[in-house]
Design a protein around this ligand. Sequence first.
Ligand SMILES: Nc1ncnc2c1ncn2[C@@H]1O[C@H](COP(=O)(O)OP(=O)(O)OP(=O)(O)O)[C@@H](O)[C@H]1O
Ligand SMILES: [Mg+2]
Length: 389
Amino acid sequence: MEFLIPTEQQRKILVVDDEEKNRLAISAVLRHAPEPYTVLTAPNGLVGCKMAEAQKPDLIIMDWVMPEMSGLEALMYLKEREETRDIPVVMLTGLGSSKHVEYALNAGAADYLRIPVDKTELLARVQAAIALASSYRHIKAQSERLEEQNKQLLDLNEEKNEFLGIAAHDLKNPLNNITDLARIIETEIESMPQSEIQEFARLIRQSANKMFELVRNLLDVNAIEQGGIKPHLTSFDVREIVNRVVESYTQRAASKTIHLNFTFPDEDTITFADERLTEQVVENLVSNAVKYSPHGKNIVVTIHQPTASQDCITISVKDEGPGISEEDQKKMFGKFARLTAQPTGGEHSTGLGLSIVKQLAEVMKGKVWCESRLGEGATFFLELPRVRV
Ligand SMILES: Nc1ncnc2c1ncn2[C@@H]1O[C@H](COP(=O)(O)OP(=O)(O)OP(=O)(O)O)[C@@H](O)[C@H]1O
Ligand SMILES: [Mg+2]
């Protein structure tokens, strides 16, 4: 008995025929081809279908007339199933049976061979059918990839449109205010008291500031999404940055009778990150705490003492504000997330701050998250890589 050890590249062919002598003859040709095939055999259509499902051959040679399940039935069975649909099937037909050939090709056969099988023709047709099936698989995979990419582009386009729509809407309101106020000044300046003109100028400036803030945030989001933010990573003492932010917000908090506290360890506050981006992240978190806290509450900003094994420095901003529901927490780091909590001092809200915060933290190999329960305040955490000194 002769054994041919299948190699990695060797193609697998399943020969389904109820006549043993046919199976042996075809197998012998295939096994001794210039590039030999691994041959599996099945004595009838039913067994052939089961073997095809289990073994996924590269090609099936199927006899037409067989007991139990005819070749045509087996062919139809295979073509109906996702996992066997793409396996090319070459049908064996008797001489002069053109009708069979027509049936077989219509039912999805890749090709046909007349019995008795000619050795050269068998090898040529097998080779061609395998090559065709392989190109088909390649084209199918390519077109699936293109379809997937197309879907992603459509999703992105939709997201961009939504983004533009909200941004345009948010810019329109302050712009309308500016136009209306300027028109009143223009037409009624003669009769307007100085104090009213001053008040209008203040409102115009306030609207312009809102637009400026939105444009700045939009530019940040755009830069992040284009991969345009390249962090400048250095070692620095994060205490100085946090302190600067806390100082800059103390006055604003005091105007809402909010007490802003800062606690930090004596040492171990050196981080490896981008100073400017860290300041932007901490600023957003402190600004939110001040913006959403009711009057008379406390805010505590903490740099936590890292444990010996910790590779990061954790900064938290804890407030006694309205807290954030689980549902809002899921949306909070998305774009234009203006959620249940409303500013308590008439501050402006673009809903972009936390989405920028999240991405900036990640750009610096850090992370940001929130722990909160509705009605029980919120604590935001920022984790940045630690430098041991
Ligand atoms: N500390 C907080 N307590 C309660 N709700 C908060 C807190 N911080 C954020 N939120 C909620 O999450 C939403 C998103 O916050 P985010 O900072 O992204 O946007 P914003 O503050 O509305 O606007 P801006 O872009 O100006 O920061 C807010 O609108 C608010 O409803
Ligand atoms: Mg904010």
